[in-house]
Design a binder for this molecule. Structure first.
Ligand code: PMT
Length: 408
């Protein structure tokens, strides 16, 4: 978050063994540029000392409602907070918060704040599944609290099951996404497509490609962090944490993706097609499984609709449209031609024959081709690539960009 005042995050820590992971949440938030103020309950201090948090956070950890340096600490914290995140959130804490109890500094701060609140439950499986915990969570969700659900894995005392605190990285991502209200894409709607389409042959087979959806998800993630309202139209279940500004639309075929993107295009300020849409599909889909004793089937294929070209042809004024191109030969020249042919603002080309680039990797290397020239992004994480693309999208949106029918 460079060049902006540091947003304040109040990090509430309650008394569960996962409190040690909150130290990592604190460190990562500070590293990402947030001003972090830890607030520890009495029980949290049974697990991790306040000195640990004070050493890593932006301010000393606070623990007391009375007798501290600030006369009314909960209102000061509540007003300063841009996000309050509670990790771990114990069953006891969730009950108190749902009941509106304000008997300690964290409880009082939560009632005194108007900032968005994120709770990250962690407890034993039996407690997590107890109806009272689920009802308290439902109450909090109804009031607008965001829940980062626990994962499944080893718990305290050698047990294994659901109830493990979400990974610090995932928690931080949700918080940074919320701070995105100050980002350069705040107020913009961004629609991203991800994954390879599946074109059915019969009830058990399909034609598809190697796209994992990682690049599209990285774009959605980064756009959330930068403040956008994001719709992810995807052929794979995303691994993104739930987020109030994220909507996920699951599709499978090119036709479904075309329909979903068409709906999104009516309100999107920017459209990014990172999906690998099949170029061909079987003309007919068998309604029963094709079997060997019927002989080798002769598949007759037809072209799928060009979703990107269709969206560009119907673009709304000021709408920014970005395509991705997966190439193996002469990538930049082919991307220039594709950008012009499809009439889009940016064509992001990856040479998918290069090591670590394109399909299924966690890394990518691209050239962003625009009417004014090319920008290379060397081999980096898909998040870095996503941010480089979004830098260009944000510039175009800020300039109220409008592509002419000639594509310039
Ligand atoms: O998903 P990952 O494993 O992370 O991999 C990322 C990726 C390699 C899939 C991604 O970086 C990428 O290159 N996506 C586009 C792949 C592709 O379909 O390229 P293309 O050159 O065939 O298509 C060009 C553009 O037209 C793309 O934006 C594509 O979404 C779009 N298209 C293509 C065909 C079609 N029928 N309709 C389309 O809209």
């Amino acid at each position: 978050m460079p060049d902006r005042p540091q947003p304040t995050v109040v990090l509430g820590v309650t008394g569960g063994i996962a409190a040690y992971k909150a130290v990592e949440v604190c460190r990562r938030l500070v590293e990402a540029g947030a001003h972090v103020v830890p607030v520890l309950t009495a029980d949290a201090r049974r697990f991790v000392g306040e000195a640990t948090f004070s050493a890593l956070a932006s301010e000393p950890a606070q623990t007391e409602l009375f007798g501290g340096p600030t006369p009314i600490p909960h209102t000061a914290l509540g007003r300063a907070a841009e996000v309050v995140v509670v990790a771990p959130a114990t069953a006891d804490f969730l009950a108190r918060y749902a009941a509106g109890l304000a008997g300690d500094l964290l409880g009082a701060t939560l009632l005194a704040t108007q900032a968005p609140v994120v709770v990250c439950p962690a407890m034993h499986t039996e407690m997590w599944e107890h109806p009272s915990v689920q009802e308290n969570l439902a109450t909090l969700v109804r009031r607008g609290v965001t829940v980062v659900p626990p994962g499944t894995g080893p718990l305290a005392a050698g047990d294994v099951g659901v109830g493990r605190l979400a990974e610090p990285e995932a928690i931080v991502e949700v918080v940074l996404g919320m701070l995105g209200a100050h980002g350069d894409l705040a107020g913009y709607a961004v629609a991203v497509s991800a994954g390879g389409t599946r074109e059915p042959i019969d009830p058990v087979r399909h034609l598809s490609n190697r796209s994992s959806g990682k690049q599209g998800q990285a774009l959605a993630h980064a756009a959330l962090r930068r403040g956008a309202e994001v719709t992810l139209v995807t052929t794979v279940d995303p691994v993104l944490a739930p987020h109030p500004r994220l909507r996920v639309v699951r599709v499978s075929t090119a036709a479904e993706m075309e329909a979903a993107m068409g709906v999104e295009a009516e309100k999107a300020d920017a459209i990014i097609m990172a999906a690998a849409v099949a170029d061909f599909r079987p003309v007919t889909v068998a309604d029963h499984k094709l079997t060997k004793d019927q002989g080798v089937p002769q598949l007759v294929l037809e072209r799928t609709p060009d979703i990107l070209a269709g969206l560009a042809a119907r673009r709304r004024p000021g709408q920014v449209i970005v395509g991705f191109a997966a190439e193996t030969d002469d990538p930049v020249a082919r991307a220039r031609a594709k950008r012009a042919a499809k009439g889009v603002d940016l064509m992001v080309v990856n040479d998918v024959s290069a090591p670590g680039v394109g399909f299924d990797h966690d890394t990518n290397a691209v050239t962003i081709v625009s009417a004014s020239g090319e920008q290379e992004v060397p081999l980096s994480t898909k998040t870095v690539v996503a941010d480089a693309v979004l830098d260009r999208v944000a510039e175009l949106l800020a300039a109220g960009h409008r592509l002419t029918p000639e594509g310039h």
